[in-house]
Design a protein around this ligand. Structure first.
Ligand code: IMP
Ligand code: MG
Length: 177
């Protein structure tokens, strides 16, 4: 795909409102409880950093990175860790923070891995939920925005490692072939 232009989908202000609302739900749910927030690199880095600044329950934070083999636009089913968590999750509430859940295979893998670590609870926050394209069953506890079609970039999300730095979310419109 060659990108012809970027059409703004969610402005920085709209994103900030959703992030604030998700943080409020997190603060309500986890008051007085041990919480580990896990950022799924790289795409979730900007969402994660804005979110944790608004979380008042004193979470521990950690990072994971997974690789999936296959094309850039469609998800493949072969997924593995290139970086695992480093802190113990036993007896703590765990919240996975992802950028986009599309087919759901990535999150299904992460949930399966994390379930073996003895967490008190395991929940999922995602900035963008592409529900219509789901193939694996994943329950999203804290959805940001829903999207049915289109490839999006910005606010941490990339196309071929570009556009992550943009403060808003855009639809990457492909050149007509
Ligand atoms: P899944 O395994 O199909 O759910 O794929 C989720 C991963 O694909 C996310 O972590 C993103 O990195 C990537 N992804 C899916 N859709 C988009 C998109 O529209 N823009 C950028 N990345 C995306
Ligand atoms: Mg990702």
């Amino acid at each position: 795909m060659k990108v012809e232009r970027l059409d703004m989908l969610f402005s920085a202000e709209e994103i900030d409102k959703r992030v604030t609302s998700i943080a409020e739900s997190i603060n309500t749910l986890y008051t007085g409880e041990p919480l580990v927030m896990i950022c799924v690199l790289k795409g979730a880095f900007m969402f994660f950093s804005d979110l944790v600044k608004k979380v008042t329950v004193g979470p521990e934070i950690d990072f994971v990175r997974v690789a999936s083999y296959g094309s850039q636009l469609a998800s493949s089913r072969t997924i593995s860790f290139t970086k695992d968590v480093e802190i113990s999750l036993a007896g703590k509430h765990v919240l996975l923070v992802e950028d986009v859940i599309d087919s759901g295979f990535t999150m299904e893998f992460l949930l399966r891995q994390m379930r073996a670590r003895g967490a008190k609870s395991l929940r999922v926050a995602t900035l963008v939920d592409k529900k219509e394209r789901r193939e694996a069953r994943v329950d999203v506890d804290f959805p940001g925005f829903s999207l049915s079609t289109g490839f999006i970039v910005g606010y941490g999300l990339d196309y071929a490692e570009r556009y992550r730095e943009l403060p808003a979310i855009y639809v990457a419109v492909p050149e007509e072939s």
